[in-house]
Design a protein around this ligand. Structure first.
Ligand SMILES: NC(=O)c1ccc[n+]([C@@H]2O[C@H](COP(=O)([O-])OP(=O)(O)OC[C@H]3O[C@@H](n4cnc5c(N)ncnc54)[C@H](O)[C@@H]3O)[C@@H](O)[C@H]2O)c1
Ligand SMILES: O=C(O)C[C@H](O)C(=O)O
Ligand SMILES: [Mg+2]
Length: 549
């Protein structure tokens, strides 16, 4: 019995159990005699962290710490956010996912198998949580993990755990009230299928009706067991992400991070850029390179924001040019996805534009369109070449350049290059963390346009208001709250708030989101004082009395 306390990361305090607690819980003799404070434990753990030889080893170390002691893990993360967020989350999380089956030590969360659809409810129930005990479930089928593709069960488990660690670090979502879920539908990754140590289902990805039935069974079971939980969907493939969201969004608090979270953070960066450059949103010309889940999710939010800025829907849509592998998307292309179609250009518009082997390429689009905003969501590392960036900068005073593909090697351009090529005029933000760039006496701080700036606060606002669904208005409120926190007066200041301020940003976003949910009649609780309610809801990494949980 006593051992259970030491083995449960949500209850374990290790050497911080007081003598009184040790006596009461039957832990006498099971711990070394010193009674330590959380500060002392954190100092030891930080030393251990620093002694790890590689980023992957650091990630594994922190995962193991979380498995032992959730409070200590989160305390360490909170104290060293800038140093540790890139280890727990982007970019190192990508490496951890690739190595999941080799570094595997313990399970975390729930693993649902497409080969056992009937077992889904039982498996979710085995998490041991009651009807009112779950605020949030993050699930992934791992078909498009970050920019690295299909990573099977480790992708799902790894990204869900990474996102949840950020939810707690950034927004104080209670780690006892969440479930990471790996939706294992098989994998098309040959390397995994042929790896002796692979811990997932050893068959190809299941698609079609059986896949849809599996997702449906997951959503039904999750909402039946945990009717208050928000359902976060992460890193699904382009054929499923939007379809799933559209199917469930009217019925449950479903959220697709890659479409909606990313849309909101990029909108926030563009709104900040608009304040800096003075060119109204409705006059921007936007080129989206990589018209997949994230790219078109962002396009949709930028279009809606231009509509709010006074344009009709059609002219707003016309201010966005989408480029994918087949070049500029045009309406005579036979292979467009449904969600790309609204952005396809009429064929006669591009008559006379230079065509390469794969349609009208990015360089030609930039030359013809003279974009004010260039967004990269293509996974094509280095695609924003010097020639392209310089061509853009030749036409625009403050070009907004956002290479937000993850992880690092997928970034469309490096921020130091972009600043240099544009002689310091570009307004830049990237998906992964980037060092500041010195240029001509100005320090350019590179904002991190990662959905991590938005989804934790959005989730907290949803949890506090118990919103019955997540509306466009709530996403808009989140984006505006982030943009409102940016310093637009100092030359070189970041387009987005700093990672150190993530908790303040998340709380601010949460209040805005909860208020909007209430205004739209979506809140299921009374929001008398949302500022205080958000503060009260934020879990802190501190020990509680041993039997207090
Ligand atoms: N910063 C963030 O918060 C954030 C959020 C979501 C996604 N992302 C990143 O965006 C990227 C895309 O993610 P997604 O979920 O949209 O994936 P996706 O597969 O849905 O979309 C990628 C799109 O890029 C296209 N593409 C691939 N190679 C290309 C090339 N050479 N030229 C032009 N187009 C090309 C693909 O055809 C596809 O349409 C990933 O790197 C991901 O990490 C970043
Ligand atoms: O997970 C991230 O770091 C951002 C985003 O959701 C992505 O898929 O790249
Ligand atoms: Mg993602």
């Amino acid at each position: 019995m006593a051992r259970n306390v030491l083995d449960d990361p949500l209850l374990n305090k290790g050497t911080a159990f007081t003598l009184d607690e040790r006596a009461r819980l039957g832990l006498d003799g099971l711990l070394p005699p010193a009674v330590e404070t959380l500060d002392e434990q954190a100092a030891r753990a930080y030393g251990q962290f620093r002694r790890q030889p590689t980023d992957l080893a650091k990630n594994v170390f922190l995962g193991a710490l979380q498995d032992r002691n959730e409070v200590l893990f989160h305390r360490l993360l909170a104290d060293h956010m800038r140093e540790m967020l890139p280890i727990v989350y982007d970019p190192t999380v990508a490496e951890a996912i690739k190595n999941y089956s080799h570094e595997y030590r313990r399970p975390r969360g729930v693993y649902l198998s497409i080969d056992d659809i009937d077992g889904i409810e039982r498996a979710l129930g085995n998490a041991g949580l009651g009807r009112g005990d779950v605020d949030l479930i993050v699930a992934s089928d791992a078909e498009q993990i970050l920019g690295i593709g299909d990573w099977g069960v480790g992708g799902g488990a790894g990204i869900a755990a990474g996102k949840l660690a950020v939810y707690t670090a950034a927004a104080g979502i209670d780690p006892a009230r969440v479930i990471p879920v790996a939706l294992d539908v098989g994998t098309d990754n040959e390397a995994l299928l042929n790896d002796r140590l692979y811990v997932g289902l050893r068959h190809a990805r299941v698609r079609g009706e059986r896949y849809d039935a599996f997702i449906d069974a997951y959503v039904s079971a999750a909402t039946r067991l945990f009717p208050e939980a928000m359902l976060h969907f992460e890193d699904f493939g382009p054929g499923n992400a939007r379809r799933i969201l559209e199917k469930y969004t009217g019925r449950v608090p479903a959220f697709n991070d890659d479409m909606q979270g990313t849309g909101a953070i990029v909108l926030a960066a563009v709104l900040a850029a608009v304040r800096i450059s003075g060119t109204p949103l409705r006059e921007q010309r936007i080129v989206v390179f990589g018209a997949g889940t994230a790219g078109i999710g962002i396009a949709d939010q930028l279009r809606d924001a231009m509509v709010r800025d006074g344009l009709d829907r059609e002219p707003a849509t016309r201010r966005i040019w989408a480029v994918d592998q087949q070049g500029l998307l045009c309406d005579d292309m036979p292979d467009l996805r449904d969600f790309q179609r609204p952005y396809a250009r009429p064929g006669d518009e591009v008559a006379g534009w230079a065509m390469g082997g794969s349609g009208v390429g990015l360089a030609e689009v930039v030359r013809r369109v003279r974009p004010t905003v260039l967004l990269g969501t293509s996974t094509a590392g280095g695609a924003f070449t010097e020639e392209i960036v310089k061509a853009m900068a030749a036409e625009v005073d403050r070009p907004v350049i956002l290479p937000i593909s993850n992880p690092t090697e997928r970034m469309e351009a490096r921020p130091d290059d972009v600043i240099r090529w544009t002689d310091g005029r570009a307004l830049v933000a990237t998906g992964v963390p980037a060092d500041p760039v010195e240029h001509d006496g100005v320090t350019h701080v590179i904002g991190q346009a990662n959905n991590a700036m938005v989804y934790p606060g959005l989730g907290l606002g949803t949890v506090v208001s118990r919103a019955r669904r997540i509306s466009d208005g709530m996403l808009q409120a989140a984006a505006e709250a982030v943009a409102g926190m940016v310093d637009v007066a100092t030359p070189g200041a970041s387009l987005l708030p700093e990672v150190e301020n993530l908790r303040i940003v998340s709380a601010t976003v949460a209040v805005a989101v909860a208020r909007r949910a209430a205004e739209e009649g979506l809140a299921r609780v009374e929001l008398g004082n949302p500022v205080q309610q958000v503060q009260d809801a934020m879990w802190e990494p501190a020990y509680r009395p041993a039997d207090g949980r």
